[in-house]
Design a protein around this ligand. Structure first.
Ligand SMILES: NC(=O)c1ccc[n+]([C@@H]2O[C@H](COP(=O)([O-])OP(=O)(O)OC[C@H]3O[C@@H](n4cnc5c(N)ncnc54)[C@H](O)[C@@H]3O)[C@@H](O)[C@H]2O)c1
Length: 459
């Protein structure tokens, strides 16, 4: 099939790569020239410097004959003559702190597409195609989509909602072996097109292929994200807090007790300083905004958001309160700037707030290390007298007064040994419990340890 993707971000690029792997022909359009240049470079390093997703570069290089990237809209217009489906993979961020979704990226792209659609097949619009929204959007967005298409007198199109459930860091593996595919459409013709696009998954006994209407599909995505976000908030704000309060109650032991109950499940039982990323926060806020607009109070949804915010504030405040640590004039090692391991995405990364906090506290130096997200972070916080970027954990740690572990990169498990190999005894702030197997050793050597899910640990 001939597929067009508008938006070459995590969702558009990964989804197009998987479509090419399924044997389809994909054209991917984006307005970001640098991104398109890197993604179409056929060079692993270039691709990964733009989108670090395990397996993405492999697919883009392997299927280079079936996938094209462009910033030239004339190519989009040409493609529409034979195109079977257009995927909209556009950002839907929050407007300020209102909870409301900013749909201007979506509507701008759709207005431009609508104009081009009316010109296809020499203006006859004879080829039927479907317009598929993959972005996470408010539940009623399908109505807005239909209104825009109607305004432009676009003919012969179906409107489908096909929310993306990819997990950053595992986007390609997850998309090649999805748990479920959700397709929301109003009529059988559109369901048929979608089944052809996803034939390999539709035919697979291991994939839950769910057909619903477009509003249910959009609501399902928002609610699924809220549910996961809430699980994290419970882990931080209830389970973690309990373990921080009772010294003999160890987080890892509680996790074993709880997760061995199938009804509870195991996902989300890793204590952290913050749930970041591009989705959970904005999607919960959007859900809350939509519910409140319709007269609901959304108390629990709001509380989940607040619990996450509280988690980072509490974690940082513990240094002064519990360890009597005075930040002013100190050297801090900040390990990890990606919002989680296996990605270079820094959207809503806790490290952003941590750097701002450290700047406010007038620390002397912040030495930052991340194995893949440095470039992104440096664009936000350029190196200066205070902020220094280093190429190895060790360079950050040497003579630091405080070591903050902010991302769960597996290699950070070795950081305890690096600290113990040095003379200085920094305050260790473990925002991911990455060093939990060595807390006793660190304390015995004279370090104070503040970890999410533990009370202050010191001699
Ligand atoms: N990243 C995730 O893990 C994930 C998972 C599921 C769903 N989603 C949702 O999918 C949507 C996209 O997310 P993403 O992470 O891929 O975003 P992203 O920011 O990585 O990518 C969006 C892309 O759209 C491009 N763009 C903006 N305006 C455009 C226009 N007019 N024409 C063409 N391209 C344009 C941007 O340049 C950017 O490259 C969001 O709604 C998000 O909530 C994201």
């Amino acid at each position: 099939m001939h597929l067009l993707y508008i938006g070459a971000g995590f969702v558009g690029s990964c989804s197009a790569a998987v479509s090419a792997d399924s044997g389809h022909q994909a054209l991917v359009f984006d307005i970001d020239q640098v991104k398109i240049q890197k993604l179409s470079s056929k060079n692993r390093e270039q691709i990964e410097s733009c989108l670090y997703e395990d397996g993405l570069a492999d697919l883009l290089i392997r299927h280079q004959d079936r996938i094209d990237f462009t910033t030239d809209y004339r190519k989009v217009e040409e493609c529409l003559d034979t195109c079977d489906a257009v995927f909209l993979c556009l950002p839907t961020p929050e407007i300020g702190e209102t909870g409301e979704s900013n749909l201007t990226y979506y509507t701008t792209a759709l207005e431009q597409l609508s104009e081009a659609l009316t010109k296809r097949n020499s203006g006859t619009q004879s080829k039927r195609l479907v317009i598929i929204n993959k972005s996470t959007v408010p539940i009623d967005t399908v109505d807005l989509t239909e209104t825009i298409l109607k305004k432009h007198a676009v003919q012969n199109v179906g409107v489908v909602s096909n929310p993306e459930f990819l997990v950053e860091g595992k986007a390609i593996q997850g998309s090649l072996k999805p748990d479920r595919i959700v397709v929301g459409a109003w009529n059988e013709d559109d369901f048929l097109v979608m089944r052809r696009i996803y034939q390999r998954f539709y035919d697979s006994p291991n994939v839950e292929y769910i057909e619903v209407n477009p509003k249910e599909a959009a609501a399902g995505k928002l609610l699924a994200n809220y549910y996961l976000f809430n699980k994290l908030a419970v882990c931080y704000d209830v389970i973690g807090r309990t373990c921080e309060t009772f010294p003999e109650v160890r987080f890892e032991h509680i996790r074993r007790i709880l997760t061995s109950d199938n009804r509870i499940g195991s996902w989300g039982f890793y204590n952290s300083l913050y749930a970041g990323g591009s989705c959970f926060i904005k999607d919960a806020r959007s859900l809350s905004h939509q519910l409140q607009t319709k007269g609901q109070e959304a108390v629990l949804v709001n509380e989940t958001y607040l619990a996450n915010k509280r988690q980072l504030e509490l974690f940082l405040s513990r240094a002064e309160k519990e360890a009597k640590f005075d930040w002013k004039g100190k050297t801090i090692a900040l390990l990890g700037t990606a919002f989680k391991r296996d990605t270079n995405d820094i959207r809503n990364s806790p490290s952003i707030d941590i750097v701002r906090f450290l700047q406010e506290k007038q620390v002397e130096a912040i030495r930052i290390y991340d194995p893949s997200a440095r470039e992104m972070f440096e664009a936000l916080f350029p190196a200066n007298e205070t902020i220094q970027y280093v190429g190895h954990e060790m360079e950050a740690i040497v003579t630091a007064d405080c070591v903050v572990v902010a991302t769960d990169w597996p290699q950070f498990r070795g950081v305890a040994d690096m600290i113990l190999g040095e003379k200085s005894r920094p305050l260790v702030m473990d925002g991911r419990r990455m060093l939990q197997h060595r807390y006793d050793d660190l304390v015995a050597a004279g370090c104070a340890v503040i970890a999410v899910g533990s009370p202050l640990l010191k001699h």
